[in-house]
Design a protein around this ligand. Sequence first.
Ligand SMILES: [Zn+2]
Length: 239
Amino acid sequence: MAERYAEKMNHIEKSIKLVKSKLKCEVKHNICDETSFSYDFDQGIHIISTPTKSNTDEFWNLLFLHELIHALHKEILPIKFSENPTNVPIGTNREVANYFNTVKDWFVLGNLLEYCHEETKFYIEKEVEEFLRKVTINMDVKDRLIVGMLSAEAKLILDKNYFINNEQEVLSVRNELLKIDPKLPSVENLTTSVNGLFDIFGYFKLSISTKEQDDWEVNQINELPKKESNIKNLFKKFS
Ligand SMILES: [Zn+2]
């Protein structure tokens, strides 16, 4: 009976169950406008926020699985996969986090492909379609990182070359991510990839601090642009 029930379970739901079974810490699920993952160090619990599950969102389970994989990475990978560097120039935390989150999501993709290859492929196909409909040239760094990652995913999973005219930075983000196998989440790969992304935009430089026990140190090498993106809500699914 139990086996028959399991057979009927959707493949993604089975993967959600599998990843949950691997987690040692409790998962708390909050309803929120945006999807995100965080870890409560005081209580030792994973906190996953998602919008309400609706029947019209066919990818809700996959996005929940994405966040669960962040939780798994928190438990099984080195601490550098769960924390962004604290040694960053004042007021740049969010900007710096965008680069780290891009690479961390690249490694989440590695597990998504392992657990749900076909479903992830279908999701990327849909995301590329959505992107093609809505993209504009007024993108900020975060948009370019996300679009570059989507472009890398399209190449890796669909074997499709997707570029935007005159968007050299998007192309460079794509190529930088494709240098690293998303199924090999090492601190070395994470550091190399973030530094590669930093180099593309030229605002930050990452180094290993000799003062604070091999902690990361981010230095700002150029002034940040003031222009804001006008497609802020386009890629809210990514986190
Ligand atoms: Zn993520």
